[in-house]
Design a protein around this ligand. Structure first.
Ligand code: SER
Ligand code: ZN
Length: 617
């Protein structure tokens, strides 16, 4: 059993050596796989004298440094690393080792699932395949030759573009894959086996043709068409929305039954749990179809947010995951109903992330320490991370957000960076200073905003008081108030909005306030009648709102913001059920308001079905 020690963000230092190229050869046999790995390694830090290569759970057979075969006295072997004295600026390391995919039940590295050889290397699986500097800030050009029995493994896949195939003796064949784009080792993938497939092509915005394929168990080909359509829509959407074009000649997706993660964005060779690929009208629900569309999109979008610009270290996981979840959520909103997508996302956040954030395993979206990074693929890093990105989108507005993303791609393409670089890009276009906003990255738990109002009829003013209640963190330390965009409205009797006029608060757009203080007292002028409050429209910040003044029947009937309307139905429903549980008759106003929504033909059907659902347990 390996001992875990705590790793701290503050201890990060760049690697003293980098791997420029990695040329791999896999000979896949029934009982084991032979790996040959040739790495061109360059020294970055001229004081470095010892090269450390990660590697575990395989048999080392031979190792060379610049063509000299090394014996055991020339290196030091530990359980999970190999150390070589290395006092020069370049070295070519050649390793031959053997791995046992059949015995690999951790499903990390190369393993065999249902007769198919396949890999999962995020976050630290590559070190189970061969020696490497297995950390995401080492971006390397990989070339991969795969040799296997032709009958057993007619399909041989890896990252990049196919550069050649050949039939070999003894019933074997080989395929040579070359990935021209440097990538971290966690994005390396290999698949070998006997699989069915469907194919298609996509022409990118600059006119380059990309061959697309989806591989699955034979007999399931017909269930892949929805996934293929989803892939093409994703490719088109990323061009249209972000100007991002696909960069290789092929894009392959493989569906396998045993897969730890839902899916994995390996460069040019995504591996999916079959659940997120296979669907047809007979066996799948609407939700299944939408789930597939969003996961296919998620993995595709990683090509730019994750693969070309990757994470400097694993503390930065939300850099790629929060951002890519935000991208897949907005894609799904564009493909389907934006409103129901938002409700789904908020519900999922509250049901999973809010619960996580309130419990003993609460952590910031960017943790500052970990013992096992595998435990940080959480709702907080992913879903709350996406909300943090969404807040910046709200602050900047669509156009400026796109400009900030352009800045991000222009400055950091091909690099391993952190959330600081992302924030620098956002700041370049932001109307407000984002320094305090950064607390969303380092603090944990869900803040509560308590809102109250006081109307002054003689001066036609309304004072809205917003109190931030920030829970202590898991270490019982005080935490500081957040900066956030808070979308709200003051509604007149007919449901129309009074324009927000105030000198005491930064108004970002018509109805978005920039809240920065623990206590904000905002004086709104030119409000002729006592207004109704509509708060956190569109769920503009991932917070809990507490307010005793909300007029649920009014909001159910008049509010134009779908999210606030949904909240009103939901909260009024809870209130009604609770009083009924106390023995009271059903509240007639609830029945009336519910009926009014039921009868309102202007409400989108899908949204209507969601708001009319009774609150769950
Ligand atoms: N990186 C993978 C994904 O998010 C693992 O979950 O798609
Ligand atoms: Zn992801």
């Amino acid at each position: 059993m390996q001992e875990h020690k705590t790793i701290y963000f503050r201890d990060y230092t760049p690697s003293p050596y980098i791997v420029e190229t990695c040329t791999l050869e896999f000979i896949i046999e029934e009982s084991s796989t032979r790996v040959e790995n040739i790495m061109e390694i360059k020294r970055q830090d001229h004081n470095a004298k010892e090269l450390r290569l990660d590697g575990e759970l395989f048999d080392l057979e031979l190792i060379w440094a610049d063509d000299a075969l090394l014996d055991e006295t020339m290196y030091r072997l530990e359980e999970n690393a190999l150390y070589l004295p290395m006092d020069r600026d370049h070295v070519r390391i050649r390793v031959i080792n053997r791995i046992y995919p059949d015995e690999n039940t951790a499903l990390e590295g190369l393993y065999r699932s249902g007769g198919i050889w396949c890999t999962q290397n995020e976050p630290e699986g590559f070190r189970r395949i061969t020696y490497f500097i297995d950390r995401p800030d080492i971006m390397t050009r990989f070339t991969t030759k795969i040799i296997a029995n032709k009958e057993k493994c007619p399909i041989l896949l890896s990252n990049g573009n196919l550069r050649g195939t050949a039939t070999l003796e003894n019933g074997k064949h080989m395929a040579l894959w070359e990935d021209p784009i440097p990538k971290p080792s966690y994005l390396f993938a290999l698949v070998a086996g006997d699989l069915g497939s469907i194919t298609d092509t996509y022409t990118t915005m600059s006119g380059k043709k990309v061959d697309l394929a989806i591989y699955c168990d034979k007999g399931n080909e017909d269930k892949c068409h929805h996934a293929m359509r989803s892939l093409k829509k994703s490719m088109e959407w990323d061009e249209y929305t972000y100007g991002r074009e696909y960069d290789l000649e092929v894009y392959n997706i493989v569906a396998v039954d045993s897969f730890n993660m839902g899916a994995m964005e390996n460069k040019g060779l995504n591996v999916f749990n079959s659940h997120y690929v296979l669907a047809d009208e007979d066996s799948a629900t609407d939700a299944d179809f939408m789930g597939i569309e969003s996961v296919i999109a998620h993995e595709y979008f990683h090509n730019w947010t994750g693969n070309r610009i990757t994470c400097r270290n694993w503390f930065e996981l939300t850099l790629k995951e929060g951002l890519t979840v935000f991208r897949d959520q907005t894609f799904s909103a564009d493909m389907n109903s934006a409103l129901t997508q938002r409700l789904d996302d908020v519900r999922a956040l509250r049901e999973r992330q809010f619960v996580e954030d309130a419990g003993p395993t609460a952590h910031p979206i960017k943790p500052d320490s970990y013992m096992e990074i595998n435990n940080f693929y959480t709702a907080t890093v992913y879903e709350k991370g996406a909300e943090v990105i969404r807040m910046m989108h709200t602050v900047l507005g669509g156009e400026k957000f796109r400009a900030a993303m352009d800045y991000y791609f222009a400055h950091f393409d091909g690099q391993a960076v952190g959330t600081e670089e992302f924030l620098e890009s956002m700041q370049s276009q932001s109307p407000v200073d984002l320094s305090q906003f950064k607390r969303w990255y380092s603090q944990e738990r869900t803040p509560t905003l308590t809102v109250s109002s006081e109307y002054r009829p003689d001066t036609a003013e309304c004072v809205v008081t917003i109190l931030q209640n920030i829970p202590k963190n898991t270490h019982h330390q005080e935490q500081l108030p957040y900066a956030m965009p808070f979308r709200m409205a003051l509604l007149a009797d007919d449901g129309s909005e009074y324009p927000l006029v105030s000198e005491r608060v930064t108004l970002l757009h018509n109805d978005v306030l920039w809240i920065e203080n623990g206590v904000s007292e905002i004086l709104f002028k030119e409000i002729p009648t006592k207004p109704r409050l509509s708060l956190n429209r569109g769920f503009s910040a991932p917070i809990i709102v507490q307010c005793d003044e909300l007029d649920f029947p009014f909001l159910m009937a008049h509010e134009r913001d779908g999210f606030v309307r949904y909240e009103a139905v939901h909260q009024f429903g809870i209130e009604t059920l609770e009083t009924m549980m106390g023995g009271a008759e059903v509240n007639e106003r609830y029945i009336e308001s519910y009926g009014a929504i039921l009868a309102d033909s202007s409400i989108e059907e899908m949204f209507k079905s969601q708001i009319l659902e009774l609150p769950s347990m």
